[in-house]
Write a protein that binds this ligand. Structure first.
Ligand code: FES
Ligand code: FE2
Length: 340
């Protein structure tokens, strides 16, 4: 694991759009306590939650129009962090402000930039269009995981665990038996596994009445620092073109809360039967069930890593090829930030 726990010059998913309303919401990102709220014009403000006066949490205060009023001595701050008023004095000392963080909203996700605001380039925000496009039907949710974000990344990039961890949903023969073809293009790592003529995993039988074996495909894309996009397809074995094929994507965003806890924003969005709310509910529920199984594994794994006072390294095997490529890119980014 890299020595420094977080990269800062990055856009991090910090909320799902509906979570942020015209009210204060506290959430810690990369160890930093933040307060979020939506302004009257719909834009989102993000400030350091520690009031610059005496460090009382601003999230314990109230909104006054688009300003936030600290609940301790009533000092008000504007959405850009500048102090608006101090009850006990007329003059506002120069430079007295709360730190504001750049925020962007895209595809029903809210992103915050945790590093140097001058580098917060909005064109770097990834495009998870399946979360908001009219041709797709997403189920979205959130899970807080008691583990470091990088071991969750490992979990998503090595899906050989499906066979052992997700027996009631995603497991089927054909996963270990077929190679994962890994390619690296710049900072993106892609991996594809084709599983031809295999029995359907339980989740596929729930989605569609398959009579026999299926052809199953996994396409996993890692985008630094913490996004994993998994495209899943399945059709009756040997059928060349199947308009009714199972086709969905699972999008995962692993935002560090602390070095030992992670905000796990996920969605499962499908391209088939998009006008069936019951299908949205079902896929969301099955996915949640699987991710709750991961959460238990990851918490136990983190406890054991913490208990290893000698810090012996993790071991990489053949199935960790994509994991290794992703970690290599992250190490490069950590080094670049340290150098800067
Ligand atoms: S601590 Fe916020 S106003 Fe004093
Ligand atoms: Fe899993």
């Amino acid at each position: 694991m890299a020595e420094k726990p977080f990269l800062y010059d990055q856009w991090y998913v910090c909320a799902r759009s509906p979570e942020i309303v015209h009210d204060v919401m506290a959430r810690r990102i990369c160890g930093v306590p933040l307060v979020f709220y939506r302004k009257a014009d719909g834009a989102i403000a993000a400030l350091d939650d520690r009031c610059p006066h005496r460090k009382y949490p601003l999230s314990q205060g109230v909104l006054r129009g688009d300003d936030i009023e600290c609940g301790y001595h009533g000092i008000r701050f504007r959405p850009d962090g500048r102090c608006a008023s101090i009850p006990a004095q007329e003059d506002i000392p120069g430079g007295f402000s709360a730190r504001a963080f750049p925020v962007v909203e895209k595809n029903q996700l809210v992103y915050v930039w945790m590093g140097d605001a001058a580098k917060a380039d909005q064109t770097l925000v990834p495009d998870f269009f399946e979360n908001s496009d009219a041709d797709w039907a997403p189920a979205r949710d959130y899970l807080r995981i008691e583990a470091n974000w990088q071991i969750i990344l490992d979990n998503l990039l090595d899906l050989t665990h499906l066979t052992f961890v997700h027996k009631s949903t995603l497991a089927s023969p054909g996963i270990q038996e077929n190679p994962l073809v890994v390619t690296v293009e710049g900072d993106t790592v892609r991996a594809r596994r084709e599983m031809l003529n295999v029995p359907p995993a339980p989740i596929f039988k729930t989605i569609r009445a398959f009579n026999g074996n299926i052809d199953r495909y996994q396409n996993i894309t890692f985008t630094p620092p913490n996004h994993v996009h998994i495209k899943v397809e399945a059709k009756p074995a040997g059928l060349a073109d199947d308009p009714d094929r199972v086709h969905h994507v699972v999008m995962n965003h692993l935002t560090p809360e602390t070095a030992r806890t992670t905000h796990y924003f996920w969605s499962i969005s499908r391209r088939m039967r998009i006008d069936e709310p019951a299908m949205t509910e079902l896929l969301g529920r099955l996915n949640r069930m699987a991710f709750e199984e991961d959460a238990v594994i990851l918490r136990r794994q983190q406890e054991m890593i913490d208990a290893d006072t000698e810090g012996s390294p993790l071991v990489n095997l053949a199935a960790d090829k994509q994991v290794n490529e992703a970690r290599r890119i992250l190490r490069r980014k950590f080094a670049a930030e340290a150098g800067a």
